[in-house]
Design a protein. Structure first.
Length: 227
């Protein structure tokens, strides 16, 4: 613990008994081509540099001190939670991100947000919504692949029409490329297992969101562009 910089909780009034400070040495890598996701860097067990968190890579205190523009960078570290820390809700907090981040935990992407679409005054409905969400989350990779394939099947023609002549010279959008480009960001779950799953569109629809609706029991029903 003595080698960890900034050991104090950043917001003392919100400090929990079992909090863990993740400052210190992390693996680090530049991603100047912004191609790390395609190269599946989230599956790497080690990166090529070290950085001292919480200092930014532009700072000499971080051990990097790079002043050039960095379109994307990767951080990696391992840690373990005690049984006591696993009780209740686990929150992973980043104090500063410029300007977008994605987080993988055990090579599985963590969602931006999850909402249980029910009245919090009815705990049995909340429990129902949570149990259905857990079925999705426990098999996230399988569901994610199926959601991507379904969205591609339903929306690839619309994506081609949106692309039109404005992206002349770019590779045409196929079902395969469509499925690879979109990224899950949010899930809304209802007590009986009806869901809305939201995907970022990688600008195929100029920043609109892709929404897949269905239910855990009956499967996917629709894929639409919203926002």
């Amino acid at each position: 613990m003595n080698n960890i910089p900034r050991q104090e909780h950043p917001k003392p009034q919100m400090q929990r008994k079992n909090w863990m400070n993740l400052n210190g040495a992390w693996d680090f890598s530049f991603d100047f081509g912004n191609s790390g996701i395609a190269r599946k860097m989230f599956q790497e067990e080690k990166l090529d540099r070290k950085i001292t968190v919480p200092f930014c890579p532009e700072s000499a205190l971080s051990g990097i001190g790079n002043k050039d523009f960095m379109p994307a960078v990767w951080y990696l570290r391992t840690f373990e939670l005690t049984q006591e820390q696993r009780k209740g809700r686990i929150m992973l907090h980043f104090g500063a991100v410029d300007y977008e981040h994605r987080v993988w935990i055990n090579s599985i992407i963590a969602l931006h947000s999850v909402s249980l679409d029910c009245d919090e005054q009815e705990p049995e409905k909340m429990e129902g919504a949570f149990s259905f969400f857990k079925r999705l989350y426990d098999n996230q990779q399988k569901w994610d692949e199926e959601f991507r394939a379904y969205a591609a099947e339903e929306l690839v023609q619309s994506a081609k029409e949106w692309q039109g002549d404005s992206e002349e010279g770019k590779e045409p959008i196929t079902k395969e490329s469509f499925a690879k480009r979109i990224r899950i960001c949010d899930i809304s779950m209802r007590p009986r297992g009806e869901y809305a799953v939201y995907y970022e569109d990688d600008d195929m629809f100029y920043g609109h969101v892709i929404v897949i609706r269905g239910s855990v029991e009956d499967g996917m029903e629709s894929a639409d562009i919203e926002g």
